[in-house]
Design a protein around this ligand. Structure first.
Ligand code: ZN
Length: 637
């Protein structure tokens, strides 16, 4: 996922209370928070966010059948799970669910199936509810007929007005971290990998696409079939249904989008094929056949989601100048780090996101050159610096103790930017050539596996540290992984292209030059972000007028530039920008932007406007985004 945001919701009291209430089969000891006050740290590789008894059963394949009911906003589903039995005992099978109405469960093998007794346990806010199924001794398959809830957390049902075409509704899923269980009863843990097949029944004029072998030639007609031959963790199972069309960008790459934005998207992301080729050259083969993009409506709550074969992408990065395409590089890089080699539990997320952020920078360098590479790295570093003051020490370690917490708490700049900086230090220590060899063998040796932080440490010790004892030590590696903050002596990414920004800003602040005299002709989004984000907290009204008049920032078409400007406007009470602020919050659902803006508004005493706009905009936000923002608005209230 490309959250790349230092915004995270305040941890709710409910989440803390839950810490003592988790009672899944793997959590027989109530956990307290913070963990370092407890008797022992988390068990390596153990998933504290799933009820599934994966020591007894492992799902290997899932057959899905969905009927998409836009009127009732539900999926009517059947899931057929094929299981490996891992021991002789005939314990019941426990699956994860959330808000599912279970109609029937059958268990069996081959042609021999019988109704199976089942029960749904008590539901928890964070984890949903366990579904326990009595298993006949011969059973290796369960067939569950069910229906999702209209407010399922993984599903967003968009009204026609929320799409570009405004004629048809749109549905998409977002299962990371633990929301697959809200539309499929399964072992919802990244430690399990499954292949899947699916039949999806849709209104006849719409197209369904999945994280599977999409056929661009398939004509809409009410039924689509899919096959995903590579085993993936459940959080990567994804479905979208809407009035989308396809345009090829290269031999293995293409884009699905509503036709109103199809051409713009294909032009913006035209370098995707080059990104794919360069990543393969450096980091080993692409193992997922095709790489396509699906452009979502603006309500999509995140930047992008790396569903294998079909990344889901926010339209807010279509800037017209390719300035925000690092997002595509990021989602593509997940085809190696995350989708191929996967975090075993959410504590290990940095193995997904830190590696991916590092790879993103490398892809940007290969496709767009050194200047862009250093600018992207410097901005990432600034983001990390910015995030640190708001984080508790125990959340600044790469491996974060998430026991008794919402796993989405781990999506901070630590996993992304600190993880990437750690790998950058390793690259500098052993040299790029040796480090790339290490990465290629890391991906090859762990391909299609889910691994823990400790498995990574073990691998580093046997490879990088053993081969380069003079330049890498396990003490240093452990410091990065388990200790808070940025270790002393870490590299500081620096961009020569930003050298002029600070002096220019100072000259303008001191009144030595007017805004219109600043030469911004060659500036990209990167320069603007550096320039605006470095502004002092308080700016006088005439300074704000000067900037806005010279550069029309209130009307900035680039969403990242608009976002940086709106933050300045909020904290200085700059009313001329409030109309745009409201439009922005009403039309965009990406939490990286709106979560921060709402929080800024609360901090600036704009509670009334924040709550009013939120109430109006809320139906258009993804249920997860709405829930998180509501939590932080209420916490601040
Ligand atoms: Zn990501």
């Amino acid at each position: 996922m490309s959250l790349r945001s230092n915004w995270k919701p305040a941890i709710s009291i409910a989440a803390l209370v839950l810490a003592a209430a988790c009672s899944g089969p793997e959590r027989d000891q109530p956990q307290t928070f913070p963990a370092d006050t407890g008797p022992a740290g988390p068990v390596s590789g153990l998933d504290y966010h799933s009820y599934a008894n994966t020591d007894d059963y492992r799902t290997t394949h899932i057959d899905l059948d969905f009927t998409v009911d836009f009127d009732r906003k539900v999926l009517v589903g059947e899931a057929r799970l094929q299981l490996d039995r891992l021991n002789e005992t005939n314990t019941p099978l426990v699956l994860d669910t959330r808000g599912l109405t279970i109609e029937s469960v059958r268990a069996g093998h081959g042609a021999r199936f019988a109704d199976a007794a089942f029960s749904i346990g008590e539901s928890s806010d964070d984890l949903g509810a366990p579904l326990t199924i009595e298993m006949p001794a011969y059973a290796t398959t369960v067939i569950i007929r069910y229906e999702t809830s209209p407010d399922a957390l993984a599903l967003q049902w968009l009204e026609p007005e929320q799409t570009a075409g405004k004629r048809h509704p749109f549905l998409y899923t977002q299962a990371q971290s633990i929301h697959a269980r809200s539309f499929i009863p399964l072992q919802d843990t990244p430690g399990v990998r499954v292949t899947y097949e699916a039949t999806v029944r849709t209104p006849p004029e719409l197209r369904a696409v999945m994280s599977a072998d999409n056929d661009p030639e398939a004509e809409p007609g009410g039924e689509f079939t899919f096959h995903m031959p590579q085993p993936i963790p459940p959080y990567l199972i994804a479905l979208a249904v809407g009035d989308v069309e396809f345009k090829a960008m290269g031999e293995r790459t293409g884009v699905y989008a509503e036709k109103e934005i199809l051409e713009a998207a294909a032009a913006e992301f035209a370098d995707t094929e080059a990104m794919l080729e360069t990543t393969e050259e450096t980091f080993g083969p692409y193992r997922w056949d095709r790489y396509d993009l699906l452009i979502l409506p603006p309500a999509f709550p995140i930047g992008g989601m790396e569903h294998p074969r079909l990344s889901f992408i926010t339209p807010t990065v279509i800037a017209g100048d390719k300035s925000l395409v690092a997002l595509i590089a990021h989602e593509l890089a997940h085809s190696w780090s995350g989708n191929l080699v996967t975090n075993a539990s959410w504590r290990d997320l940095w193995l997904n996101e830190g590696f991916t952020t590092y790879l993103t920078n490398r892809i940007m360098q290969a496709v767009f050159g050194d200047e862009r590479y250093y600018m992207e790295m410097a901005l990432g570093y600034a983001e990390l610096q910015d995030a640190l003051p708001d984080l508790e020490d125990h959340d600044e370690a790469l491996a974060v103790d998430l026991r008794g917490r919402d796993p989405d708490d781990v999506f901070t700049s630590i996993a992304y930017e600190k993880g990437s900086l750690f790998l950058y230090e390793l690259e500098l220590a052993v040299g790029r050539e040796a480090f790339d060899r290490f990465l290629v063998s890391y991906f090859n040796e762990h391909a299609f596996q889910s691994i823990s932080t400790e498995a990574f440490l073990d691998y580093v010790e046997r490879t990088l540290v053993a081969d380069h004892p003079e330049s890498v030590s396990m003490e240093r590696v452990q410091q990065w992984v388990f200790e808070p903050g940025i270790p002393e002596g870490a590299p500081v990414p620096h961009s020569a292209a930003f050298a002029d920004i600070e002096p220019v800003r100072q000259a303008w602040l001191a009144g030595r030059i007017a805004a219109e005299d600043i030469d911004t002709g060659e500036w990209t989004y990167h320069h603007w972000k550096r320039f605006l984000d470095g502004m002092p907290q308080q700016l006088a009204r005439e300074k704000l007028d000067d900037l806005d008049l010279a550069f029309d920032l209130t009307a900035a078409p680039n969403n990242e530039i608009a976002f940086s400007w709106l933050r300045i406007a909020i904290r200085n009470g700059y009313e001329p920008a409030f109309g745009r602020l409201e439009d922005f919050l009403m039309s965009i659902g990406r939490t990286k932007f709106i979560g921060v803006l709402y929080e800024d508004m609360m901090d600036a005493g704009m509670d009334e406007m924040a709550l009013t706009v939120f109430e109006e905009a809320k139906p258009a936000y993804h249920p997860l985004a709405a829930k998180e923002i509501e939590g932080s608005l209420l916490a601040a209230d």
